[in-house]
Structures are given as structure tokens and as C-alpha cells.
Write a protein that binds this ligand. Structure first.
Ligand code: UDP
Length: 416
């Protein structure tokens, strides 16, 4: 009998035609994708991750899978089921790979491997390529052994300074893949440098409900309805409630910004990912910190914040903050820049790739700098607009999902 706890869930998505992207991404980009698609037509591809909802990976897969299918590639999105214990361990591994002190103990290792072995047994045969995302499905390839598929491990996190115990534990499993993909060259751990590695940053989907152009009156109406006063400045951070995104530091910085620019409001938009047990505790701490402050809105998917609302907030904000301490990529940065909104962001992981010096806003290393740069931009809306426009141009050129898809298909073909 198959245990329900190990049956991978298929996420059903309709194909999307690449033709729709020609205007925004360029005819040449679409033509190259069609060409790559012809070479891979009929190939069976599985993307495997741990949640269909919440966080950047599910955001990417939600947009990528329909495009694969639009190209005639037989692609599926499979979600591995877990339980509280498994997701506790995988979140700990995630944090540890980003440098947290707490590494896996014996019980954690056993739990992880036991559930991974059950998932490996339940995994379906017949794929030409399997792309496993992040630590949750990282052991499947090794535990399944050779099954006729080429396996790729796609790392979305900042592994530049990993906890040695976590890395040492995962290296044999990660290393069993035919290729590894990282967002930046410097994320590749020394122990894995001899493997076949591709560097592919993610990208945003310009046609998704989160990123398509909304009429200004619609954006403003949605933001106003959420409790924001449109006649006063608005600063926004959109992220999972996660310590690496430093939401408490954002509140701290915001209170100091408000002293200099009176009337400024803060909206913290957060999402509870299904595989992120830490989110609830962080949410509680944020509510405690913001309690009684009428100018701080804490909004979540449980109070009606979906993709369109995120779009509206990113479009309407005078300034977006992304005060990350560690960040694999940070899709939210490109999402905001795409709307022409200036960003003040932590100089972490993949963020500088999206907004190098002078483009999109300012990179900061401390709360003091966050405050100073934010105040400067709130005082000078024209500068904020210029930086935002430069950011949008860079996203169009380098951070769209069509570029990511191209890089990924080239990799599959090279492994063929
Ligand atoms: N997000 C959202 N609603 C929220 C918070 C986040 O839709 O309230 C989305 C956000 O727009 C982005 C993704 O979740 O698309 C987060 O991806 P990112 O790469 O920034 O960070 P991750 O969560 O993967 O660490």
C-alpha cells in the first residue's frame, strides 16, 4: 500500500504560448526559445519542489511550467508531500545552508533520510530530466540510483557561507546529480566545484497577475481599500515572514524614517509558505512589534493579499524596502523594479545582481543606511523615479523569465 505521506502531488497547469511574450521580451528571444523547444519537443521533464504555494520557487514554477508546455515539452510540476517534522528539518537545512549556526543532528539526519527514501520509492519512472529544487528533494536522486533520467539540483538559496555540518551532510546527495544550478558563481560551495555547474539567475514573469501593468486607479484603489492613506507616503516590504528578510529591522528602520518624513506609512506584506513552519512565529513577533501603531499595516494571504494586491502595492509604493540579510535572489526586487518603483535593499546574495550601483535604488548594509537612503528617496521623488526607470530597463534586459527559461533549456540540451 502507498502511504499518502509519500505520494507526489501533480500541479495541473495549462500551456502558455510564447508568442504572448514577443512584445515584452523581444521577438529574437522568443524565436530562440521556439528553436530550443523544437529540439526538446516531447521530452519528459519533472520539476520537483516542496510547495505549490508560497515563496519564490513556487512563484517561478507557476510561470515556467506553462511555458515549457507551450513549447511542446512534456513538463510536470511535482510537489513532494511532507509532514511537520520533515519540514522542520528541511527549513533547518535551508537556514544552515544560508549560514545559520544550527546544523543537523543525528535525529534530524535520520528523519530527513527516512522520509526521502519513502519519497524516492514513490517517485514515478519515465522522465528524461528531473529538476529538484532546494534541500527538500535533494536526496531523491542518490536514493533512487540510476533511473534513466538526467537529474539536476537547482539551488535557490545563498550557499556562499554554509554551515559546515549541513553542507557535509548534504554534499553526497547533492553531488549525485548530473548537474547543479546556482544563482551566482560565488554560491557554489568549494566541495562541489568539480561537479558540472551552471549559473542561472531566476527571472520574473512580466505577464503574470503579479507583474502585468495595472491601471493606476485600480492599483491605488486596491491599496486604499487595504487601509492605506493615499495622500501620505507609503513604504512597502513584501516577503515571507522569515528572519533572513529582517522584518523587525524593517519596522525599526521605518520608525526612524517616519521621524524624518512625518506621515509615512509602512505596509508589510507576508505570505505563509506551506513548507515554512517558522513563518507563524515570525508573524506573531511582527504583530507584537507593530501592535497599536496605526501607520503599520501587516497584511497576509489570510487577509486577502494575493498576486494582484502585491502588484498593486509594489506599483503604488513610494519606495520598496527589501532589507534582507541573506537572499538567494529575491524575486521581489525585480518585481518592484519592473513597476518602476525604487528599492532600498540589503546588499545580500542575488540582490546586487538585480540592482547594481546606480540602478533601481540603493544597496544598504545597516539600519542607519536604510534610513538615510529611504529618507533621501522620499524627499526626492524625481530621483526615485529615475532610479526605478533604470531598474525596469535592467529587468527587461536581464531578469525576465524568458531569459531564465532559455538558460535552463540550453542546459537540458547540453545534458541530453
Ligand atoms: N509573495 C507574495 N505575497 C506575500 C509575500 C511574498 O506573493 O505576501 C511573493 C513575492 O511576490 C515573490 C515570492 O513570494 O514572488 C518571494 O520570492 P523571493 O525570491 O523574493 O523570496 P523567497 O520567499 O523565495 O525567499
Amino acid at each position: 500500500m502507498v502511504d499518502d505521506d509519500t505520494v507526489l502531488q501533480r500541479v495541473e497547469l495549462a500551456p502558455e504560448s510564447l508568442e504572448h511574450y514577443a512584445d515584452v521580451a523581444g521577438r529574437d528571444v522568443v524565436d530562440e526559445l521556439l528553436e530550443l523547444g523544437r529540439s526538446l519537443r516531447g521530452a519528459r521533464v519533472a520539476h520537483v519542489n516542496a510547495t505549490s504555494y508560497g515563496g519564490g520557487v513556487s512563484e517561478l514554477l507557476r510561470s515556467l511550467l506553462p511555458l515549457y508546455r507551450g513549447l511542446g515539452i512534456d513538463a510536470e510540476w511535482l510537489v513532494i508531500p511532507g509532514n511537520d517534522e520533515f519540514f522542520r528539518v528541511t527549513k533547518m537545512l535551508h537556514n544552515a545552508l544560508q549560514g545559520a549556526d544550527d546544523g543537523p543532528g543525528d535525529t534530524d539526519r535520520e528523519l530527513y533520510l527516512e522520509h526521502s527514501a519513502a519519497l524516492a520509492r514513490a517517485f514515478v519512472d519515465g522522465f528524461d530530466f528531473v529538476i529538484a529544487h532546494d534541500p527538500q528533494p535533494a536526496a531523491l536522486r542518490q536514493l533512487r540510483g540510476r533511473d534513466g533520467a538526467r537529474w539536476i539540483w537547482r539551488c535557490h538559496i545563498d550557499t556562499s557561507e554554509p554551515n559546515p555540518r549541513a553542507l557535509e551532510f548534504l554534499t553526497p546527495y547533492i553531488g549525485a546529480h548530473d548537474a547543479l544550478v546556482f544563482t551566482l558563481e560565488r554560491f557554489v560551495p568549494a566541495a562541489l566545484r568539480d561537479h558540472r555547474v551552471a549559473v542561472i539567475p531566476p527571472g520574473i514573469d512580466p505577464l503574470s497577475p503579479k507583474n502585468l501593468a495595472l491601471p493606476a486607479n485600480v492599483s491605488r484603489g486596491l491599496v486604499r481599500w487595504s487601509g492605506v492613506h493615499l495622500d501620505r507616503p507609503l513604504v512597502v516590504q513584501v516577503s515571507r515572514f522569515d528572519p533572513w528578510k529582517d522584518p523587525l529591522g524593517v519596522i525599526d528602520a521605518y520608525r526612524r524614517i517616519r521621524e524624518e518624513v512625518p506621515g509615512t506609512q509602512l505596509a508589510l506584506l507576508g505570505q505563509m509558505a506551506l513548507d515554512d513552519p517558522e513563518g507563524w512565529e515570525m508573524y506573531r513577533l511582527i504583530l507584537e512589534e507593530a501592535h497599536g501603531d496605526p501607520d503599520i499595516e501587516v497584511l497576509t494571504n489570510f487577509t486577502g493579499i494575493g498576486n494582484v494586491e502585491v502588484n498593486a502595492f509594489q506599483s503604488t509604493a513610494d519606495l520598496v524596502l527589501q532589507k534582507s540579510i541573506r537572499e538567494g535572489f529575491g524575486l521581489v526586487v525585480s518585481e518592484s523594479l519592473w513597476k518602476g518603483t525604487a528599492v532600498v535593499a540589503g546588499r545580500a546574495g542575488g540582490i546586487p545582481l538585480q540592482m547594481p550601483e546606480g540602478i533601481g535604488g540603493y544597496l544598504v548594509d545597516s539600519i542607519d543606511e536604510t534610513v538615510a537612503r529611504s529618507v533621501a528617496l522620499l524627499h526626492d521623488p524625481r530621483l526615485a523615479q529615475e532610479l526605478g526607470a533604470a531598474g525596469r530597463a535592467r529587468v527587461r534586459e536581464r531578469m525576465l523569465i524568458t531569459r531564465m527559461l532559455r538558460d535552463e533549456l540550453r542546459l537540458l540540451l547540453s545534458l541530453g
